[in-house]
Design a protein around this ligand. Structure first.
Ligand SMILES: O=P(O)(O)OC[C@H]1O[C@H](O[C@H]2O[C@H](CO)[C@@H](O)[C@H](O)[C@H]2O)[C@H](O)[C@@H](O)[C@@H]1O
Length: 558
C-alpha cells in the first residue's frame, strides 16, 4: 500500500518555537544558530523532523504568526544564510525540516496590506476582506479569537477589514485567485530550497461564507470554520505545490469536525498528509469556555480519543500531541508536576504515542518541563493572554486574582518559557536576560541532567520514538478502548493480524487494580515499556495493581 512508503507515518516530529529554544548569543531571544547548536541533541532523541514555527520577517505582535514578508528571515532569528545552514545541517543528520505557513492572514505591516489600507483602488485592496459599516458600526458581530470584535475600521475609506486574530493580523481574501497564486508562489519558494514539508496555520479558516451573516448563536466561527470552498482551495494548492515536491503537510484545524478531517487527510493525498485537531485539549474548559479554571474531564478525554482514533482509521491521518506553543504544559495540566512529575510525564507520553498517527513533541516536553506558575500580569507577554486579562477584568468583572489563576492554568506563555538546557544562569538558554522569565525549577529540570539519567523523561521519549519504528501495529493497528467507563484507567488495544498491543495508563495519583480480559493471550505477551522499575521483567498477568500514574505497554505476537 502507498502509505507504507510514506516516511511520516512512522516518524516523530519535534516542534521548535525558535524565540524560546536557544539563543546563540546574549540578546535574550532564541535564534537559528542556537537551533543548529542543538541538532545533535535532537539526533540523540531520535526525531525524524523538526517543525519550525514561523521565522519569517514579522513585527512579532503574535510572535511570528503575523508575517510581513514571506520571503525573508526575521533578523532577530538570523539570516537566510543561517536558514540554509540549518537546512543543510539538519539534512546531514537525517532530520527533515517542516516550515510553518501562515496564510489565513498576514501582518498589517505586509506590503500588500500597506498598499491596500486607505486606498480602494490599490491593486492589493482585494487581497483582504473589506466591508461597509452596518448601522454605523462593525459589519457583523463576529468575535476575534484574541478578544473583541473581529472587524477594524480603515478610517480613510470608511470600510472595515476582517481579522479573526489580532487587529494586526488581517485575513486574506482567498476568493481572489491572485491571493491563491501568491500562496502557491510562497510555498514553492521554500520547497525549492529543499524544505521537506509544511504546517499550515489555522488552514480550515481560509474560506468564509460570502454573505457574512451575523451570528445570533455564537462568535461567528460557524461561518468560516471548514468553510464552503476550503477543500477546493486545498486541492488546488496541493496539486500545484505539495504533490509536485512530495511535501509532507499538516493542517492546523481549529474547532473542526471528524468528517472534514477525514477529507483533509484522506489516503488519496489530494489535500494534506495529516491534521491537528484540538478537541482533546478542551476537556478542562468549563462549558466550552477557555478562560475558566476547571479540572479535566477524564471520561470525556477518552471519548474524544476514541472518536478520532476510530474515525480516522483507514480514512485519514492525525497528528498525536499534547503540547504546542499555544497549550499549557501537559504534565502541569493533566499530570502531577510535583510528586509524580516524572511518572506522570512518561505516562502521558505513552498514552498518546501508542495511538495511530504521527506524534509531535514540543520542545521541553521531552524533559518534563512544567508551567512556570507566574503570579503577576507583568510576567506575561502573549497578546492573547494580555488582551483577555483586560477584557475579563475590565469588562466581565472577574477579579485580578481569579484571572491570574486562570492564566496560570491556560495562558499560551506556559509553554513559551525558555527551554531549560542546564542549571546555569537563565537555564543555559541565553547569556542575556530572556524575553520571558525562565521557570524557577530549571536547576532540577533541564536537558543536561536528563540526557545522563537513564531513567529520565528524555530517555522514555527516546524509547517511544524507537518503538514506533520497531513495532508495526503502532502504525497500522485498529484501536479499541478496553475500559471506556473506568474512572481512572485509560486502557486501549491496537490490533493487527499478527500483533496486539495494549497500552494501560493510570491517570491518577492513587494505586488502582487493573483487570485485563481473559481473552487476551498473555502467555504470548511481554511488557515492552513501563515507567516503574521491574515491570518489563515481569510475566504479564490478567490482574495487577497499577501504581500512581503508571503506564505499561504490553505486546502480544500472535
Ligand atoms: O482552539 P481552536 O479553535 O481549535 O484553534 C486552534 C488554535 O488556533 C490558533 O492558533 C494558531 O493561529 C494563531 C494565529 O495565527 C496563532 O496565534 C497560534 O500561535 C497558532 O498556532 C489559536 O491561537 C490557538 O489558541 C488555538 O489553539
Amino acid at each position: 500500500m502507498k502509505e507504507q512508503f510514506e516516511w511520516w507515518r512512522t516518524a516523530t516530529i519535534y516542534q521548535i518555537y525558535p524565540k524560546s529554544f536557544c539563543d546563540s548569543g546574549s540578546q535574550g531571544t532564541g535564534d537559528i544558530q542556537g537551533i543548529i547548536s542543538k541538532l545533535d541533541y535532537l539526533k540523540t532523541l531520535g526525531v525524524d523532523a523538526i517543525w519550525l514555527t514561523p521565522v519569517y520577517s514579522s513585527p512579532m505582535i503574535d510572535n511570528g504568526y503575523d508575517i510581513s514578508d514571506y520571503y525573508n528571515i526575521n533578523s532577530d532569528f538570523g539570516t537566510m544564510a543561517d536558514f540554509d545552514q540549518l537546512l543543510e545541517q539538519a539534512h546531514q543528520r537525517g532530520i527533515r525540516i517542516v516550515m510553518d505557513i501562515v496564510v489565513n492572514h498576514t501582518s498589517t505591516e505586509h506590503a500588500w496590506f500597506q498598499s491596500a489600507l486607505g486606498d480602494k483602488n490599490s491593486p492589493y485592496r482585494d487581497y483582504y476582506i473589506w466591508k461597509d459599516p452596518v448601522d454605523g458600526g462593525a459589519p457583523t458581530n463576529w468575535q476575534s479569537k484574541f478578544g473583541g470584535n473581529a472587524w477594524e475600521l480603515d478610517e480613510a475609506t470608511g470600510q472595515y477589514y476582517l481579522h479573526l486574530f489580532a487587529k494586526e493580523q488581517a485575513d486574506l481574501n482567498w476568493e481572489n485567485p491572485k491571493v491563491r497564486q501568491e500562496v502557491k508562489d510562497v510555498i514553492s519558494f521554500w520547497a525549492e530550497k529543499g524544505v521537506d514539508g509544511f504546517r499550515l496555520d489555522v488552514i480550515n479558516l481560509i474560506s468564509k461564507q460570502q454573505d457574512f451573516p451575523n451570528d445570533c448563536l455564537g462568535d461567528g466561527r460557524r461561518f468560516y470554520t471548514d468553510g464552503p470552498r476550503v477543500h477546493e482551495y486545498l486541492q488546488e494548492i496541493s496539486e500545484a505545490v505539495f504533490q509536485k515536491y512530495g511535501s509532507v503537510t499538516v493542517g492546523e484545524m481549529s474547532s473542526t469536525t471528524l468528517e472534514h478531517c477525514q477529507q483533509y487527510s484522506s489516503l488519496d493525498s489530494k489535500e494534506l498528509s495529516m491534521v491537528f485537531n484540538f478537541h482533546h485539549l478542551k476537556v478542562d474548559y468549563s462549558n466550552g469556555e477557555k478562560w475558566t479554571k476547571a479540572p479535566f474531564d477524564f471520561l470525556q478525554l477518552k471519548e474524544i480519543f476514541n472518536h478520532w482514533q476510530q474515525g480516522l482509521n483507514g480514512k485519514g491521518w492525525g497528528a498525536l500531541f499534547w503540547c504546542n506553543h499555544d497549550q499549557p504544559r501537559v504534565v502541569s495540566r493533566l499530570g502531577d508536576d510535583q510528586q509524580y512529575r516524572v511518572e506522570s510525564a512518561k505516562m502521558l507520553a505513552a498514552s498518546v504515542h501508542m495511538m495511530q498517527g504521527t506524534p509531535y513533541v514540543y520542545q521541553g516536553e521531552e524533559i518534563g518541563m512544567t508551567n512556570p506558575g507566574y503570579t503577576s500580569i507583568e510576567q506575561y507577554r502573549d497578546v492573547e493572554s494580555t488582551n483577555m486579562y483586560d477584557i475579563m477584568v475590565n469588562e466581565h468583572g472577574v477579579t485580578e486574582q481569579d484571572m491570574l489563576a486562570i492564566l496560570a492554568q491556560k495562558s499560551r506563555d506556559n509553554s513559551r518559557t525558555p527551554m531549560q538546557w542546564n542549571d546555569s544562569q537563565y537555564a543555559g538558554f541565553s547569556k542575556g536576560q530572556p524575553w520571558l522569565e525562565v521557570a524557577a525549577n530549571y536547576p532540577e529540570i533541564n536537558a543536561e541532567k536528563a540526557v545522563v539519567d537513564d531513567n529520565s523523561v528524555f530517555h522514555f521519549y527516546r524509547r517511544l520514538i524507537e518503538l514506533r519504528k520497531e513495532i508495526d501495529v503502532i502504525t497500522t493497528g485498529d484501536y479499541t478502548d478496553m475500559m471506556p467507563e473506568h474512572d481512572s484507567i485509560f486502557c486501549y488495544k491496537r490490533e493487527s493480524e499478527s500483533q496486539v498491543l495494549v497500552c494501560i495508563n493510570n491517570y491518577y495519583g492513587e494505586v488502582v487494580e487493573c483487570f485485563l480480559p481473559k481473552a487476551l493471550e498473555l502467555e504470548k505477551g511481554e511488557y515492552v515499556l513501563s515507567n516503574y522499575a521491574g515491570v518489563t521483567e515481569q510475566k504479564p498477568t490478567h490482574c495487577f495493581a497499577l501504581q500512581p500514574y503508571e503506564t505499561r505497554v504490553l505486546l502480544i505476537n500472535r
